[in-house]
Design a protein around this ligand. Structure first.
Ligand code: XMP
Length: 531
């Protein structure tokens, strides 16, 4: 096996897709903003300040949003927009929307006054609109908006008109109508801002003149078109989840019979998952399916390992080894494999710290398989999409409804839902509990309404009474969360009767468990998975 990493990522050609660029200054709302723009059916993407200058050469960029951020424009280390970059934007006549930090930044660069306030302002404020042209078109003169700032613009730069104010913020919105620069102190992307969606629509459609045509399906069509002349074979890993299924399906449209699906049973899958996944793959029309039962190998390697990161490393290393061996076999038998298809999503890249220098890496796990094969190129068709966009796409591609609605399941499988070491006994307990949770969530109608619902084996025991006898058995925690993209999540406020039913069935039907807990923690500070 080659020890060097020789991975090349195929860049897609998005030439015909017009887009809005969001420059990320580290706001907690940047992704929300991205999603709001995409909801207007206009493609948008988040870039770092360092990438901005080079990006401006792309003729498909129709507007720039400068996001909010936690810093003060006066802090020596705060990110600044270089004047030559601003000049380039203005020369290209690209409209700008500055939000919060972006508002203060524009004011500071262009000669306005930004003042530090003694008190930080968070929450709702009443906005009074003086000038409703363009950005505030179709919006009442007084609305409630969401503020989150400490610095304030107190006088606008030359050439700017004050568009709106609040009782504590004299320049809550301003614009230079000649240069098409619009900036706001508040956050239009947050639901608490009334008419926030209209403001974003106004920016995208009326100011940037985008045509509102983008859909995930169009995005994928453009990718398929740009990759249609690739030669050689491709491989994709199947996991039974929606991301790998949809990305493999897209690869099938490109490579047709030259696509090979590799499905590895790690022994860490749910009850019946192997059979269900194989049926799904056949139902989706894949032809070259290579199934490998490596369950014993994984369990042997995981024996006695307690540390979560160590477990993840062992699993992904072993997976990569098995995968690589299979790719070589496929190459020998069918001709050289040149491409590896991965179901990486936008959020996976965010949580792995790939998309922004200002965001923190949270867990190392979201980079899935990376076999080290010289010359193998990676194709990630879903890398710019959010999970709900992938579901929408799966629906549009008419994939089986079972996969469209399926909850996410982590690559390391049940191993990261067992705290501590993984044993066949614990796996068997967890699978039985998982089946019960699944059945009850389905029959209550909750399955399609929540992001994920699953049990976790805590590997600690507690005392109980079963059939008049003292028991000393494992504890299961139930995790059910609501989320849009897993970046944040809230624990679901489940009906007590349903929880009682789940708990009753688990302690009665699963030998080895005598106590069930419900996790009432949001993300952040917790993550969705326990490890
Ligand atoms: P966390 O636990 O980080 O999970 O809040 C966020 C979402 O990602 C899923 N997840 C994973 N998916 N490989 C994956 O493909 C992994 O190692 C992994 N770990 C977590 C998790 O189920 C949730 O939907």
């Amino acid at each position: 096996m080659s020890t060097k990493l020789f991975l090349y990522y195929i860049e897609f050609n998005y030439m015909e897709i017009e887009r809005i660029i969001i420059v990320d200054f580290g706001s907690q709302y940047t992704h929300l903003l991205n999603r709001r723009i995409r909801e207007c059916r206009v493609y948008s993407e988040i870039i770092s300040l360092e990438e901005l200058s080079a990006t401006l050469d792309d003729i498909n960029i129709k507007g720039i949003v400068l996001s909010g951020g936690p810093m003060s424009v006066y802090a020596p280390s705060s990110p600044k927009l270089p004047s030559e970059v601003l000049e380039k934007i203005v020369v290209r006549r690209l409209p700008i929307l500055g939000i919060c930090y972006g508002h203060q930044l524009i004011s500071e660069i262009m000669g306005g006054t930004v003042e530090k306030r003694d008190v930080e302002e968070y929450g709702k404020a009443q906005l009074y609109i003086k000038n409703g042209r363009l950005l505030f078109e179709g919006i009442p003169r007084s609305i409630s908006v969401w503020m989150s700032h400490s610095d304030s613009v107190t006088s606008p730069p030359p050439g700017f008109d004050v568009l709106a104010y609040t009782s504590s913020c004299p320049v809550a919105a301003m614009a230079d109508f000649n240069k098409m620069i619009f900036t706001v102190q508040f956050h239009p992307e947050v639901v608490h801002t009334e008419y926030g969606r209209t403001m974003i629509e106004n920016f995208v459609e009326k100011i940037c003149k985008c045509r509102s045509l983008w859909t995930p399906q169009k995005h994928i069509n453009s990718i398929i078109k740009s990759l249609s002349n690739l030669e050689g074979n491709a491989v994709a890993a199947a996991s039974g989840g929606i991301d790998s299924a949809v990305s493999a399906y897209i690869a099938k449209l490109i490579f047709e019979d030259r696509l090979h699906i590799i499905f590895v049973d790690t022994g860490l899958l749910r009850d019946n998952e192997v059979q269900d996944t194989l049926s799904l793959l056949y139902e989706m029309g894949f032809k070259n399916i290579h199934f490998i039962d490596a369950s014993k190998l994984f369990l042997t390697k995981l024996k006695g390992v307690k540390d979560p990161e160590e477990k993840r490393t062992i699993i992904s290393k072993l997976f990569a080894e098995i995968f690589e061996k299979k790719i070589k076999e496929v190459s020998m038998q069918y001709g050289k494999v040149k491409y590896l298809i991965q179901g990486t999503l936008y959020t996976d890249r965010v949580e792995s710290g790939i998309t922004s220098s200002l965001s923190d890496k949270i867990k190392s796990h979201h980079n899935v398989v990376m076999p080290h094969i010289e010359g193998l190129e990676i194709i990630e068709p879903l890398k710019d999409l959010y999970k709900d966009e992938v579901r929408q796409l799966a629906d549009e591609l008419q994939l089986p409804s079972y996969i469209v609605e399926k909850h996410p399941f982590p690559g390391p499988g049940l191993a990261i839902r067992i705290i501590g070491d993984v044993t066949p006994e614990k796996l068997s307990i967890l699978r039985k509990a998982d089946k019960i949770v699944y059945e009850e969530i389905i029959s209550s109608g909750l399955y399609s309404k929540v992001w994920q619902a699953f049990p976790v084996l805590l590997s600690i025991k507690s005392v109980g009474i079963k059939g008049d006898r003292r028991s000393y058995e494992y504890i299961i925690a139930i995790r059910i969360v609501d989320s849009v993209d897993a970046m944040t999540a809230r624990f679901t406020k489940v009906d007590w009767d349903l929880l009682e039913k789940i708990s009753g069935r688990i302690v009665n039907e699963v030998a080895g468990v005598n106590r069930v807990l419900y996790d009432i923690t949001n993300k952040p500070p917790a993550t969705i998975e326990f490890e």
